[in-house]
Design a binder for this molecule. Sequence first.
Ligand code: APR
Length: 247
Amino acid sequence: MSNHALENAAQAIRQSRCTMSFTGAGISVESGIPPFRGPGGVWSKYDPGKFEKAYFKRHPKEVWPLLKKVFYDLLDDAEPNAAHYALAELEAAGKLAGVVTQNIDSLHQAAGSATVHEYHGSIRRMQCMSCRIFFDANAISLERLPPPCPACGGLLKPDFIFFGEGIPTDVHRAATDLAKQADVCLVVGTGGQVMPAGRIPYIVKNRGGTVIEINLHDSDYSYTLSDYYLQGKAGVRLPELVRAVLG
Ligand code: APR
């Protein structure tokens, strides 16, 4: 891969007033979590229609075992990888203002990132659809499915966005505010195919900012949005980039 792109990308971050990162499933693949699309992707094995909020409410007994299999069983012992740690290091060095992630695995926080906006929510919380109380997912046993709400016995839902569900306004506002302040957006491991999340890097670009993309394959962003495209695994290219920035 051309070091020219790497050096120019590193210089853009060194010279930036405010760099943010926008991440997707690709940054967690090297932590053992499959992506949604592409070879071996979740949606090549499971029907995304089952994960629509309306379908879930009508068929909780069918969907909860899928949620356990696709998310809870996989994420339980997932660890951050070198890419997550590289972003945490860049933030600790004062060169990254924060991360907007589409991921629900909370691996950015586990790696030490302090400012993380979970645009699609998090698997770490559940909410009762009757009494609306939130619970730490670790406190809810998945032996019996659907797990009953400890407070009222109602239907618990993981606190991440299902298809057909809106983005909570507070996290949408925090994420877009960060993008409006940023003059560099470091896009890692996402094809930007899901909206409104996929628009985040365009907020930076449309205000004259620079977009750096790290992806295993070229994406919809690569030929329209990205100023620098660093091809390869996030766990390899992102630490390289951070070393080039911090020296
Ligand atoms: N390193 C870097 N990029 C990778 C790697 C890797 N090791 N492995 C895969 N990728 C890239 C793929 O090339 C692809 O562009 O990560 C991206 C994964 O794409 P998706 O699976 O579509 O993930 P994402 O873009 O985060 O999906 C967005 O879709 O289903 C919804 O809510 C779900 O948050 C998710 C949203």
